[in-house]
Design a binder for this molecule. Structure first.
Ligand SMILES: Nc1nc2c(ncn2[C@@H]2O[C@H](COP(=O)(O)OP(=O)(O)O)[C@@H](O)[C@H]2O)c(=O)[nH]1
Ligand SMILES: *[C@@H]1O[C@H](CO)[C@@H](O)[C@H](O)[C@H]1NC(C)=O
Ligand SMILES: *[C@@H]1O[C@H](CO)[C@@H](O)[C@H](O)[C@H]1NC(C)=O
Ligand SMILES: [Mg+2]
Length: 415
């Protein structure tokens, strides 16, 4: 009955072979890198053996490579004054447990740092019980009230609703709660009453539903402290430009306004900052690069500086958290890149990490036996959306002999 079956299997093998050849030809023409990479040994690592805690990382063929120097493994008895901070909903309990399980297994079971959970709704008993059960560290639960999670008086809510309607094309563009979340993460978590009471010098931000892939046998908080680091990240990425079309203009307005007044906040020479991470050498446009804040290890008082508080206040009054959809990541990153010395940043290359579909998996002999991820899947240098190469170039940019300050570069000429 089924006459076609007489042609198989030889006929189908020929068809498959034909498709295979077509594929090879296509590859050779359009993706020559793939074919040549079959014959090229992986050249990224240099003289590393599995005991060494030093190696280099960087995009292939880029002169700027970063040296990674892992601190010695240690069960130190000294602890930093620090902990984990999480903004999370009751409905995300299972995802939260998953993130905590990773953090505890890879790191915190040997260190017992405390956890702080924040929510604009009261946490359920179940949430508190289950998150307390999974750690030996202390757990704290804080309520975020209306002073930190509502519309400021100057926001026109009708206009905000109209703008949301128009933003269905950008991620979370129509979400109201996401905007409150981004505003809270930009301007409030570091001055939440419970956070102030705990008085942590450093914090590590965690989100539900993230993965930590590598054993961490040293204390990243102490590392930050001992090396005078103020901002640590693992993934840097390009933001969807539709979320913050006016942000850079507002930033430059702010710089112009403060540069005219008595307080000039951005007075470092541009060559000492990471400004090239976020803009071109003329400071004309924001390139949308930012550090992903869903992982963030930083000094709490970075955000408590006069400079940041005024910066946030200025942005908040402009209304872009609601009329557009400014993210806390670009806000943190732009400020840090313009304000800090470039040596105060730290790239945690050794921390394998996944958030949503993107992951960072370190490529290193040293870590191979301690990570549960595939370095081939890392987005570091292969994904066009990754800003890591730009970070390294900004860090090592030595062509700048300019002593011009950030304020001088960014302020608009007077009319
Ligand atoms: N309590 C609370 N937490 C939220 C809300 N929206 C987002 N979050 C938290 O804020 C963080 C970022 O939100 P998420 O949905 O992961 O956004 P994404 O990482 O940008 O995709 C996560 O820790 C969420 O749990 C909210 O409405 N209430
Ligand atoms: C740290 O202590 C834990 C628990 O006591 C132990 O299992 C682990 O091997 C120790 N790590 C190091 C690096 O000494
Ligand atoms: C608020 O925005 C709406 C819609 O754009 C506008 O019609 C209204 O006049 C605004 N209200 C005020 C007080 O500015
Ligand atoms: Mg998230």
């Amino acid at each position: 009955m089924i006459s076609i079956s007489r042609k198989t299997p030889c006929f189908y093998v020929q068809i498959l072979f034909f498709i295979h050849i077509l594929g090879l030809i296509w590859c050779a023409i359009y993706r020559p890198n793939i074919i040549s990479s079959w014959y090229r040994p992986q050249a990224e690592q240099t003289d590393e053996n599995s005991n060494s805690r030093v190696w280099t990382t960087g995009p292939p063929h880029n002169p700027n490579q970063l040296s990674v120097d892992l601190p010695p493994a240690d069960n130190r008895t000294t602890r930093a004054n620090a902990g984990f901070v999480v903004l999370v909903r009751n409905s995300e309990l299972v995802q939260m447990i998953q993130s905590m399980y990773d953090v505890e297994q890879r790191f915190n079971k040997n260190f017992d740092y405390p956890w702080l959970f924040l929510n604009e709704e009261p946490f359920t008993e179940e949430f508190k019980e289950r998150t307390t059960a999974i750690t030996n560290g202390k757990t704290h639960y804080g309520f975020v009230d209306e002073s930190m999670w509502s519309y400021p008086s100057w926001i026109n809510q009708t206009l905000a609703a109209e703008r949301r309607e128009l933003m269905s094309g950008v991620p979370y563009g129509t979400s109201e709660s996401y905007r409150h979340m981004c505003r809270f993460q930009s301007g409030f978590f570091w001055r939440h009453p419970l956070f102030l009471e705990l008085n942590w010098e450093y914090y590590w931000r965690v989100e539900p539903n993230v993965r930590y892939y590598c054993d961490i046998d040293y204390d990243p908080f102490l590392y930050m402290k001992q090396n005078n680091k103020k901002y640590g990240f693992t993934i840097s990425f390009v933001e969807n430009a539709g979320t913050d079309p006016s942000l850079w203009h507002v930033v430059r307005d702010y710089v112009s306004a403060t540069a005219e007044g008595k307080r000039v906040y951005f007075n470092r020479p541009v060559k000492d900052t990471l400004y090239r991470f976020i803009t071109d050498h003329t400071g004309e446009n924001y390139n949308q690069c930012h550090f992903w804040t869903n992982f963030e290890i930083a000094r709490s008082d970075l955000w408590r500086t006069d400079a940041y508080q005024t910066f946030f206040g200025y942005l908040d009054v402009k209304g872009g958290f609601f009329y557009e959809r400014w993210g806390d990541a670009p806000v943190h990153s732009i400020f840090a890149a313009l304000y800090l010395h470039k040596d105060e940043f730290h790239y945690f290359h050794d921390i394998g990490y996944r958030h949503s579909v993107y992951e960072h998996c370190p490529k290193s002999e040293t870590l191979a036996s301690r990570c549960y991820c595939d370095p081939a899947k890392t987005l570091d240098y292969s994904d066009g959306m990754s800003c890591l190469t730009r970070y390294m170039d900004a860090l090592m940019d030595s062509n700048l002999d300019k002593s011009i300050t950030v304020a001088e570069l960014l302020q608009y000429p007077e009319e």
